[in-house]
Design a protein around this ligand. Structure first.
Ligand code: NAD
Ligand code: DAU
Length: 335
């Protein structure tokens, strides 16, 4: 379906980037170069086993203008995943979020405009702020930006840079804003892997506040297929929302994890809430479905969650090295 391209994938050693790289190698004939700084969130183990004739890894910072220029010059398209991605971290130390999400994105789009390179910017539904629990509305491409956290405000800033570069400089860019992803290779700091690995360790899951907050879950493979669709058929200058109708409140997700792992459904603790905690995210992905013909494959959240639990059980060697330090950091914060 796709012509063969040389893709530069930033952040390809992270959760969603590594899932995308595996998906691209399995489903297209593209060549992939990953540029990744290997922060605490990057893991080369997530890219193991890829064919060397179609895959190359470069360690480096997206804010390194000379390196970025060289790599963008060689690429047919850039898919930009690299970011500081965790809200809780952004509340304790916002600076890296500005450096990577704002300056890093600026550095990439400057190179892409110099070389006339196709650019796809990966972003989040969090740029729209949150919805009330009883509001029937969902986010659309027309929803005004209203980010709540240092993380989401830097992602919003990076989206606006890309939009301005399209308008002012003719950057050949598209943007996607996706809801919460789950699946293999997600860092144990994030909600679902944290609770699964806690249960494996005999520790009770930790629910922030009352656990009523709603997230709209999508499997990482469905995010990947949507991004490939946009790269293939998306219109330059357009934004596409990506979502799979997967709304669940956090309490229900914890209970599902406990049940699937053979524990009593109430064997969890409530801990201190996240400051400024967004209540609900919900995506209306009609534009992507109707205009580009995309649809998700993983419609059964419980089945996807069970497969994810199985992956963490079978891949303890992948997550174990991060677990103790991650929990020590949460403990300091009372979470
Ligand atoms: P992640 O934290 O798992 O991975 C981020 C990757 O970027 C890591 O490999 C890290 O080493 C790399 N990186 C960080 N700073 C870098 C820098 N300065 N230079 C080069 N590499 C750097 O993140 P994720 O959850 O996979 O998210 C990836 C992207 O998808 C982000 O842009 C995020 O905003 C977006 N997104 C995430 C979700 C989600 O549910 N996780 C949902 C929608 C959008
Ligand atoms: O919506 C997309 C966003 O989803 C992405 O842009 C972010 O990069 C990604 O991290 C994610 O943000 P969230 O803040 O929604 O994800 P997180 O996994 O941190 O938390 C999910 C929900 O679970 C949130 O309501 C907070 C809650 N939570 C989280 C942790 C880590 C808990 O109740 N307990 C926990 O231990």
């Amino acid at each position: 379906r796709f012509t063969c391209m040389k893709l530069l994938v930033t952040g390809g050693a992270g959760f969603i980037g590594s899932n995308f790289v595996h998906y691209v190698i399995a489903n297209t004939s593209h060549h992939v170069t990953v540029l990744d700084k290997l922060t605490y969130a990057g893991n080369l183990e997530s890219l193991k086993g890829l064919p060397s004739e179609r895959f190359r890894f470069v360690k480096g910072d997206i804010a390194d203008a000379a390196l970025v220029d060289e790599l963008v010059a060689e690429a047919d398209a850039v898919v930009h995943y690299a970011a500081e991605s965790h809200n809780d971290n952004s509340l304790h130390d916002p600076r890296p979020f500005l450096d990577t999400n704002i300056i890093g994105t600026y550095t990439l789009i400057e190179a892409a405009r110099r070389h006339g390179t196709r650019f796809h910017h990966i972003s989040t539904d969090e740029v729209y702020g949150d919805l009330e629990l009883d509001d029937p509305a969902r986010f659309t491409e027309q929803t005004p930006y209203n980010p709540s956290s240092p993380y989401s405000s830097t992602k919003a800033g990076s989206d606006l840079l890309v939009r301005a570069w399209v308008r002012s400089f003719g950057l050949q860019a598209t943007i996607s804003n996706c809801s919460n992803n789950y699946g293999p290779y997600q860092h144990v700091e994030k909600f679902i892997p944290r609770q699964i690995t806690n249960v494996i360790d005999g520790v009770r899951p930790k629910l922030y506040g009352k656990g009523e907050n709603v997230r709209d879950w999508i499997h990482a493979n469905d995010h990947s297929s949507a991004v490939l669709t946009i790269l293939d058929k998306g219109e330059i200058g357009e934004t596409y929302l990506i979502g799979a109708d997967g709304e669940q409140n956090n309490k229900d997700v914890v209970e599902l994890i406990l049940e699937e792992m053979g524990q009593p459904r109430d064997a969890y603790d409530h801990v201190v809430d996240r400051p400024g905690h967004d209540l609900r995210y919900a995506i209306d992905s009609t534009k992507l479905r109707n205009e580009l013909g995309w649809k998700p494959e993983y419609s059964d959240f419980e089945a996807g969650l069970a497969a994810t639990i199985a992956w963490y059980r079978e891949n303890e060697g992948w997550w174990r090295p991060q677990k103790a330090a991650t929990e020590a950091k949460y403990k300091e914060q009372g979470q």
